[in-house]
Ligand binder design. Structure first.
Ligand code: FSX
Length: 299
């Protein structure tokens, strides 16, 4: 019998401006099961201990806030932030909690907790890039964690796990990869996204790709054809949704006949375009001439 004790890694998950979709999605993890994640080793020899998580902890008020206060003085924890961070008016638009009648903002908690963390994971597009919370006109001055790090010269390693919401595998798979390979061996793209999950365009693995190449485009939902004309952003969006699928590998957005809205992109939502508007000025990577000619005939 293996009696060796597992290494316990404290995890703090704080939440900014969000819809709680990131937590809802990731807490439905199946591989590993959420039971493995919360109660058992996430991989043999390593156990995560969620010491602060607004959606699943029983502590509240002073008790909960003391955990953040005490942990911030220590080192050796992983900090997960989901949701954007408002910066206008000293960040008053998002409160993490209250201790002895004093409110503490997500901005304040981030600045307090991030510098001593082993690793910070910006979970979801709001935390990674501002996302919906930072959409025009952004009255709260919402920003992603990376921008907060830049402004405040925080140098802690940061991994972005975008998606609105992110797939549970993207979060826990990344943590597993860090534990097995080491942080320095994780390959990130220019937007600090792990290449394991965000290395390829949706377009490259899309089951409708042949329609695109042939210039056969759906004109309304339910039509046969590529969904590009109906606003699909799969041709500019990096994520492995077509292969990974969602809800226990049941289906995914394009599989169910709806266009991808580009939620893992830094430009989401303002600059990827309206959900059901086609992308303008798309640089078609292959068969450009053919598609343009055929579009005239088929559409
Ligand atoms: Fe944003 Fe997450 Fe979208 Fe929602 O925490 S990435 S709105 S799924 O909840 O922040």
């Amino acid at each position: 019998m293996n009696t060796k004790k597992s290494t316990v890694i404290p995890v703090i998950n704080i939440q900014g401006q969000n819809c709680t979709g990131c937590a809802t999605s990731t807490l439905c993890s199946e591989y590993p099961s959420i039971k493995n994640v919360l109660l058992q080793d996430i991989i043999p020899g390593f156990k995560l201990e969620f010491i602060f998580h607004p959606n699943i902890m029983t502590a509240s008020g002073n008790l909960a806030m003391e955990i953040l206060e005490n942990t911030a003085k220590e080192k050796g924890y992983v900090l997960i932030i989901d949701g954007a961070i408002p910066t206008n008016d000293n960040g008053i638009y998002c409160i993490t909690g209250e201790k002895d009648g004093r409110k503490s903002t997500i901005l304040e908690e981030t600045l307090k907790l991030a510098p001593n963390a082993l690793l910070v994971i910006a979970l979801g597009t709001c935390a990674a890039f501002g996302g919906i919370a930072a959409g025009n006109p952004n009255p709260t001055g919402a920003q992603g964690v990376g921008d907060i790090f830049l402004t405040n010269k925080i140098k802690t390693p940061l991994i972005n796990v975008p998606g609105c919401p992110p797939h549970p595998d993207w979060l826990f798979g990344t943590i597993e990869e860090v534990l097995t390979k080491g942080l320095e061996n994780i390959q990130l793209d220019d937007f600090r996204r792990p290449k394991t999950y965000y290395g390829k365009l949706i377009h490259e693995n899309c089951p409708n790709r042949a329609y695109f190449d042939e210039g056969k485009f759906a004109r309304k939902l339910g039509d046969e054809g590529c969904l590009y004309e109906l606003g699909c952003k799969g041709s500019i969006t990096y994520a492995d949704c077509p292969k990974r699928q969602w809800n226990g590998r049941t289906n995914w957005v394009i599989g169910s006949g709806a266009p991808c809205n580009g939620c893992t992109s830094p430009e989401y939502p303002d600059f990827v375009g309206d959900f059901y508007e086609r992308i303008i000025d798309l640089e078609v990577p292959a068969n450009e001439k053919k598609v343009k000619i055929q579009k005239k005939i088929i559409i």
